[in-house]
Design a protein around this ligand. Structure first.
Ligand code: ADP
Length: 477
């Protein structure tokens, strides 16, 4: 089953909230009205009972109402107050008098009920009578004749007006609540459409953005609301994707370019060699020269593969304690012969143990690469110096050379992939421009920094700073 749309959910939510709210308000209002009407009726009954007491007289021992019938106000009050009126002899429980309306109801208490009512007077004066025609609220009063004989005097008020009012309210609510629900549906639907319209618009634009349109951006309305924030975040993701895809395209283009030149050269060499019959030594020479090219090519492919794997996060960095001084010493010894063959003096200035936590294989790669470059870009009788020291919590590796240096316009780019300072110079020095990108990646993986200072003609200093190993917990790396 298809999951419900957000607009459907919102509409449903509004409808339920609206309906529940109206039902709740109606119920509350109903209860309040019932309470108020009941209270008003009781107060009214009590007032009338108190007033009637003033007209009570005992003629021949029995309670009688005496009033001035010629006074319309008085007569009117007595008529209304005694519409439902009855008097019982509290001793015998016999009915003495009742109003015609009461008589018409045909209702009469049993002697037990009279006794019970008499007992309740003073505690609970209000009771009710339910007949087929009408429901009455009854007020009971106990009065004593001058001879001390007790009488139960009751007046009643019809509950019909109160019931009618409550019934009307109930019927109004029966319409109001569903009508409110309907309004909730309309309102919810309208609100959901209104709120979701910009989301839909964003979705439509986002759908049009393919890999070739990564330069496009989602519209930001400038309201600063959550949707604008979402669009902005999405735009930032697009920008990152654009950069990454751009780099990938550049990488691919660079690879093709880098491979094409040596492959064309190899192919040409082979074609020329095969064009005429040659002596074995000639073939041998061609093959030897090609073998060198193949080695360079495979070195370059290996470097590219390593970088690609590194960027894809497929390379694990070991967390072992490495003594950088010892590592640099052994690498300097290893490179000494290469430097010597170029007439370069390679020296090492190494502090005692300088410990870092990391991967000795990859750290070796860093030092070797920098040493290799330093020797590569230094002329005969030049100097290369590797030093390892510790400074302010960092292990510092520095590779100084007195070589050709790097011009200021080249300097900011040397860590970029496939970047080679001077193409004519680099061609003859045979690098793919990948060495320093890999160095930078390795140093970053070790939470360190690498930078370079250089001046054309005055040599270069490549400086690597790595966090020193914590003496207690190397795992905190
Ligand atoms: P490559 O493998 O071609 O040497 P790198 O990434 O190692 O590539 O270096 C990139 C560029 O940085 C080089 O082509 C060169 O121009 C410059 N460079 C690197 N190290 C030095 C150095 N010690 N002296 C002068 N230039 C250097």
């Amino acid at each position: 089953m298809k999951p419900p749309k957000i607009s459907t959910k919102l509409t449903l939510f509004y409808t339920i909230v609206f309906t529940l709210f109206l039902a709740g308000v109606s119920a509350l209002y109903y209860n309040l009205l019932e309470f108020q009407l009941d209270k008003a009726l009781r107060d009214d009954l009590e007032e009338r009972a108190a007033a009637l007491r003033g007209y009570l007289n005992f003629d021949e021992g029995e309670p009688q109402l005496e009033y001035d019938a010629s006074d319309p106000e008085e007569a009117n009050f007595i008529t209304i107050a005694t519409r439902y009126y009855q008097v019982y002899d509290a001793t015998t429980a016999a009915m003495i008098r009742r109003s015609p309306a009461m008589e018409a109801l045909g209702f009469q208490y049993t002697s037990e009920e009279v006794k019970e009512l008499v007992g309740l007077v003073g505690h609970s004066d209000i009771s009710s009578i339910q007949t087929e025609q009408v429901s009455l609220l009854i007020h009971s009063d106990l009065v004593r004749a001058p001879d001390g004989r007790p009488y139960l005097i009751q007046i009643g008020a019809s509950l019909r007006p109160r019931d009618t009012a409550l019934n009307q309210l109930f019927h109004i609510s029966l319409w109001l609540v569903p009508a409110g629900g309907l309004l909730g549906i309309l309102l919810g639907w309208w609100m959901a459409k209104r709120v979701l319209r910009p989301v839909k618009a964003l979705g439509e634009v986002a759908q049009e953005i393919g890999i070739s349109q990564l330069h496009r951006r989602l519209p930001v309305r400038g309201s600063g609301d959550e949707l604008d924030q979402l669009a902005q975040t999405f735009n930032e993701v697009l920008a990152r994707l654009e950069t990454a895809v751009g780099q990938m395209q550049e990488f691919t283009a660079n690879i093709s370019h880098e491979l094409r030149t040596p492959l064309t050269a190899l192919r040409g060499e082979a074609a020329v060699a095969l064009a005429n019959a040659r002596s074995e030594s000639d073939y041998r020479r061609v093959l030897e020269s090609q073998l060198e090219e193949f080695e360079k090519l495979s070195r370059m492919v290996n470097q590219m593969l390593t970088l690609a794997r590194a960027e894809a996060g497929q390379i694990q960095i070991a967390h072992e304690t490495v003594d950088l001084s010892a590592l640099a010493r052994s690498l300097a010894e290893q490179m000494e012969a290469v430097a010597w063959s170029k007439g370069i003096t390679l020296t090492a200035e190494l502090d005692g143990k300088v410990m870092v936590v990391g991967d000795s294989g990859w750290l070796e790669h860093v030092i070797l690469n920098l040493l290799d470059n330093a020797i590569k870009f230094t002329q005969e009788s030049g100097r290369v110096r590797v030093s390892v020291s510790s400074r302010e919590g960092d292990a510092i590796i520095e590779i100084h050379d007195s070589g050709i240096g790097i011009s200021p316009d080249v300097l900011p780019h040397v860590f970029e992939r496939f970047y080679r300072g001077d193409p004519s110079r680099s061609k003859e020095l045979e690098g793919a421009g990948l060495g320093l990108s890999l160095v930078e990646w390795i140093v970053k993986q070790h939470h360190g920094k690498v930078n370079v200072e250089s001046q054309t003609g005055h040599g270069s200093i490549f400086r690597v700073a790595l966090p020193l190993a914590h003496p207690v917990s190397p795992e905190s790396f």
